[in-house]
Ligand binder design. Sequence first.
Ligand code: AMP
Ligand code: ZN
Length: 494
Amino acid sequence: MALYSEHSITIYNSLSSKKELFKPINEGAIGMYVCGPTVYSNVHLGNLRTFMSFDIIFRYFKHLGYKIRYVRNITDAGHLENDADEGEDRIAKKARLEQIEPMEVVQKYTVDFHNILNTFNFLPPSIEPTATGHIIDQIEIIKGILEKGLAYEVNGSVYFDILKYNESNDYGVLSGRNIEDLIHNTRTLEGQTDKKNPQDFALWKKAEPNHIMRWPSPWGLGFPGWHLECTAMSTKYLGEKFDIHGGGMDLKFPHHECEIAQAKAWHNCSPVNYWMHANMLTLNGQKMAKSTGNNILPDEILSGNTKQLSKGFSPSVTRFFMMQAHYRSILDFSNDALVASEKGFLKLMDALKTLKNLEASTTPSDFNVSKWKQGCYAAMNDDFNTPILIAELFNAVKYINQIKDGTNSIDSESLITIRKTMQAFVFDVLGLQELSAVGSHDEKLSETIALLISLRNQARTQKNFALSDQIRDQLEKIGIHLKDGKDGTIFSLD
Ligand code: AMP
Ligand code: ZN
């Protein structure tokens, strides 16, 4: 019997704003779609947090023995600079600025995304489809919505008619936004005169002559609206109705709201049973974002080469840091929080090493291993509560250390259970890696440079400028550049 039949999971459903018992459409099988990155720049740690939350959910379902199809797309066209169908395509803009082909931009940042996910020990999704690979599917959906009379064509563009849709549907069902407020609050922007109402959204946009990313369609040369790709790809690979759709909280509106409207307009059924939204990673209390520059990149956390960090941290410490908060809570990034996470992670790894060498005895113990194991599952079954799971893992750490110190004992059956359970949750579900397996190379390099920087500072305080200059010049020669600023010295590598 599969493990999942012994567990009932509750999921916080953004659609009902409450926790619901999870029941997949087909017993033992799950379809899950998560909005992927727009590949026009490097992903930052905020993006990584959302993808990591769903990586752990994917891992846990797999651990329970579910057959899961996990679809995470790559947005390689159609995502304009702002959400009101305005501005340049983000990828085309980058291509113009860097004077390269849009597909070179896409290739560069898709490869970068995969490398980062690999470094941080993500499991690959089952399917990773691209928007540009599904233009025909998107055109078919637009035709369907036009046939239903819920979209209109103007001057080579097609827009979704929200007011018409709202006559027999509920636009705002996910985000809780009220159509009257939307009408009241949406400004008519310049260049949006094509729309009947400013809150309508584009299904297809006519490509201006200078727009390089364009495809033929029944309405002329153009490109699909951003929301449409996810409807096309989720339906194609998971069906008209599927189990879980996820993404960051900031995608709830308008992106996911529009996905629901498109699907309902197209085939009359709400596409998703459980909508899940991961909360934001913040830096200095503000959302990490590409556009504002308020972000930390994965490379920066590994090297420690940023003014916010005193040193580098390994991928597993980063994971551990993120898992200490529940996916629906805001998490603030700080050096102190990472230092504390590293301490906790090392303590956990130490206990796992100890666990390998523990010996069973017949002396009675006051720690109930099977109850503890149930507690680990209960934490994850309760809307994937990783901080509670970690607290349970530390109950085991305490017990393991007591056994090592001779103040507690364990019988042989419990020893097997605790080893198996720790292995499953620490490595398989949380995706942490043993110290020897993590990217210790980067860490060692950044610690060595940090040491040299501190020796150089000492030399400067002692007015030994010959030595301080020698350290800087020698590092420069091997491609390590030091830069002094008001917050101290940072370095960059060639
Ligand atoms: P994008 O490439 O901008 O479409 O973002 C990819 C994913 O990262 C989406 O699910 C976003 O909701 C999510 N995301 C963006 N910023 C943050 C953040 N600061 N914290 C957590 N998730 C984020
Ligand atoms: Zn999406």
